[in-house]
Design a protein around this ligand. Structure first.
Ligand SMILES: Nc1nc2c(ncn2[C@@H]2O[C@H](COP(=O)(O)OP(=O)(O)OP(=O)(O)O)[C@@H](O)[C@H]2O)c(=O)[nH]1
Length: 443
């Protein structure tokens, strides 16, 4: 996480303005500042910063020399460094890359633009930190690789055998905890099972795709045959031993990027699906969802019911209390239906009409309880009642959802005709009768 910025500038006035611009653009970020290069070097040896900005002319050192020193430090070797200057183009073109400058803010754009520039830089270069399952059985390799990964902000969980690695993967899946973002494994292990076996289990047995769980293989053998074997086994990529930090980290970041982009796409797809099938006002399902999932829901069991609920004299509520209060009533109705029919499929059918699909012998009595609950609801102090019509799927053999909705609607009209605020059931003899006349058992 980027949360600490070091700002280096020899001029008090300029430092103050730049800090203010950063604070305005990113109030959540902690900003420290230094006036000289030596002060900066002492400070960054003590504390870890996620970004450093520096002027090109400092009282005690050239800004690019400071950058070189930052690059040779252990702690901030990979920390982005941004030069802030008004005429650095030529120098940066010739020397900046070698000195390790990451980017350049031209003061000619004005101080106002500085905060937004850094904010957008951070958004575009968000650091990639992942949880890595690391399988290696050589003690010397474990310590150094772990240290390297942790120095780059990775969380490392080590396993020394394939069995242990598979156990850790399975456990995190079962516990539904944050699973691993990347597996790094040696291809040739001393135990009975090899890195190839681990890959086989991950891809074929546990069905993780290469985007869901990337695997980076380390191998001491770089011949083409081994490379082909590594990829055939389902690895995303490989690195040769002895490991070179820059190479390993470039691969790790590229694979984490694949994984995180895949996670984001999956989350967005799930959100879109949710939005497309949910009624925005009442948070019940919408009509589209009823069409898509209704028939399947009813055929899951043989004791299904189709229920239509209509608010009584809702036009009057709108007319006397206003549409906003009307909306509050609809929201309260949606909440109640979602609560009462968590095991069912509550839907806003349109306007002030709801449909619920539900299973169980006690559905008529649950509808009567719902009617009473609406009476007691009084959302925003408004007295509200509902009329309810329902039909049992079993009593109407061969009827599809559309026809059942029509029959439930007949019962609803009978309830309205009989004076509203009541439950009517459409029975097997094509009669719509009030709830109280029906004998029922409870679930
Ligand atoms: N506030 C609000 N009103 C809505 C919304 N959708 C539909 N309505 C209103 O719901 C009312 C439905 O009125 P009617 O169909 O005449 O039914 P009713 O007044 O409930 O009468 P009965 O059903 O016979 O008891 C209309 O005034 C619509 O404008 C909505 O999203 N918000």
């Amino acid at each position: 996480m980027i949360n600490k910025i070091m700002l280096v500038d020899g001029s008090n006035a300029s430092r103050e303005v730049l800090i203010r611009r950063l604070q305005v653009a990113m109030p959540e970020i902690h900003i420290s500042s230094c006036a000289t290069a030596n002060e900066t070097l002492a400070r960054i040896a003590e504390e870890r910063f996620s970004l450093i900005t520096t002027a090109l002319l400092l009282p005690d050192m050239d800004g690019l020399d400071l950058c070189r020193k930052i690059r040779s430090s252990k702690r901030h070797r990979y920390t982005p460094v941004i030069v802030v200057s008004s005429d650095a183009d030529q120098r940066l073109l010739h020397e900046g890359y070698n000195a390790g400058v990451t980017d350049y803010f031209d003061k000619a754009h004005g101080y106002m633009a500085f905060g937004q520039f850094i904010k957008s830089f951070l958004a575009r270069n968000a650091d990639l930190f992942g949880r890595i399952l690391y399988l290696e059985d050589s003690k010397t390799a474990i310590a150094s690789t772990r240290q390297m990964l942790e120095a780059h902000g990775m969380e490392v969980v080590h396993a020394s055998s394939v069995e242990e690695a598979l156990n850790l993967l399975e456990k995190s899946r079962q516990a539904n905890e944050r699973s691993f973002d990347l597996v790094i494994t040696d291809f040739h292990l001393q135990g009975q099972m090899t890195g190839g076996d681990l890959l086989y289990s991950i891809r074929v047995r546990q069905h993780y795709s290469q985007q869901e769980l990337p695997v980076l293989v380390t191998t001491g053998n770089e011949d083409i045959k081994t490379q082909v074997a590594v990829f055939n086994a389902g690895a995303n990529d490989f690195v040769n031993k002895p490991l070179v930090e820059e190479v390993v980290m470039a691969r790790v970041r590229a694979l984490l990027l694949v994984k995180f982009q895949y996670d984001t796409l999956r989350r967005q797809a799930a959100n879109l699906e949710q939005m497309a099938t949910t009624d925005a006002l009442t948070s019940t399902h919408n009509r589209l969802y009823l069409v898509e999932a209704g028939e399947t829901f009813l055929t899951e069991r043989n004791d299904g019911w189709v229920i239509i609920i209509d608010l009584d004299h809702f036009k009057m509520i709108n007319d006397t209390e206003g549409h906003l209060v009307g909306d509050q009533v609809l929201i309260a109705m949606g909440k109640l239906l979602n609560q009462l029919f968590q095991d069912g499929l509550p839907v806003r059918f349109g306007g002030e009409e709801f449909v619920v699909l539900a299973h169980g012998e006690a559905i008529p009595s649950r509808c009567e309880a719902m009617r009473k609950a609406v009476e007691a609801l009084k959302p925003g102090g408004v007295e509200v009642t509902v009329s309810i019509g329902l039909v049992a799927v079993e009593a109407q053999p061969g009827k599809d959802l559309n026809s059942l909705l029509g029959l439930a609607d007949n019962a609803l009209y009978a309830a309205k005709d009989a004076g509203r605020n009541r439950v009517f059931i459409y029975d097997a003899n094509a009669n719509a009768a009030p709830y109280t006349s029906v004998k029922e058992t409870t679930d």
